[in-house]
Design a protein around this ligand. Structure first.
Ligand code: SAM
Length: 219
């Protein structure tokens, strides 16, 4: 189930503008091949946040075929981007797409399970913008590992936190097919919305976006 009224989605999608024609080709390829990438309204919001934040280094968890990382590179021309993908085939397509788009020197694609990759990463490697968009039942692990690599006033964006409204109510999962993912996502949201010195807004855009802002709340 779409979390937003279908007519609203249709209207907003009608206003969508691609950042680059080549990126639109990759979006179409992903849609035709059932490769999940950021939804159009999610992309628009993240791009707006990037324009405000102007991050120096971005970490992405979940590359797929490199679409979102390439959008980030297109908007933040001097920002270094590190993205992690656990599926070799997707990683290889991502590297090809990134090369073809000319972002090879800006985006590094790391292969492996993001939790392990982050555990092995030098603690001195810091990021001020983090996008979590991988295995939905591992968000807490991703978030905790990512936190260790955050600059003081970083922004952490977690995508798909409403799981097509399943996070909100079990009635949207009548056969209990996604029971574990739902339980874990509810626990994750409970966790991040109660952390000290991190302010989180859960926004009903796309499939639900949690925007967490780090920093001392008394500042
Ligand atoms: N961010 C991409 C975009 O919008 O273009 C889409 C990412 S897709 C929703 C999620 C990706 O995360 C998949 O390609 C999947 O293979 C990868 N993934 C799942 N679990 C992972 C993990 N533990 N570590 C790294 N990547 C993972």
């Amino acid at each position: 189930m779409n979390i937003i009224n279908e007519k609203v989605v249709e209207y907003l999608d009608g206003q969508y503008k691609t950042l680059r024609p080549e990126l639109f080709v990759i979006r179409k390829y992903a849609e035709q091949n059932h490769i999940p990438i950021i939804l159009k309204d999610t992309e628009t919001l993240i791009i707006s946040l990037l324009k405000v934040k102007k991050p120096k280094r971005i970490l992405e968890i979940g590359t797929a075929i490199g679409y979102s990382a390439s959008c980030f590179a297109e908007v933040c021309k001097t920002t270094e981007i590190v993205t992690i993908e656990s599926n070799m085939e997707s990683k290889n397509i991502a590297v090809k797409n990134i090369d073809m788009l000319g972002y090879k020197n800006q985006i590094t694609v790391l292969f492996g399970n993001a939790t392990d990759v982050l555990k092995d990463m030098e603690i001195s490697e810091k990021f001020d913008f983090i996008f979590i968009d991988a295995g939905k039942s591992h968000y807490k692990d991703f978030f905790d590992e990512a936190l260790k690599h955050c600059e003081q006033e970083a922004l952490i964006i977690s995508d798909n936190v409403l799981l097509n409204a399943k996070t909100v109510s079990d009635e949207y999962d009548p056969r209990s097919k996604y029971k574990t993912n739902i339980k874990k996502m509810r626990e994750f949201l409970e966790y991040i919305t109660n952390l000290e010195n991190i302010y989180t807004a859960v926004i009903p855009v796309g499939d639900g976006l949690a925007v967490s802002v780090l920093g001392d709340m008394n500042d």
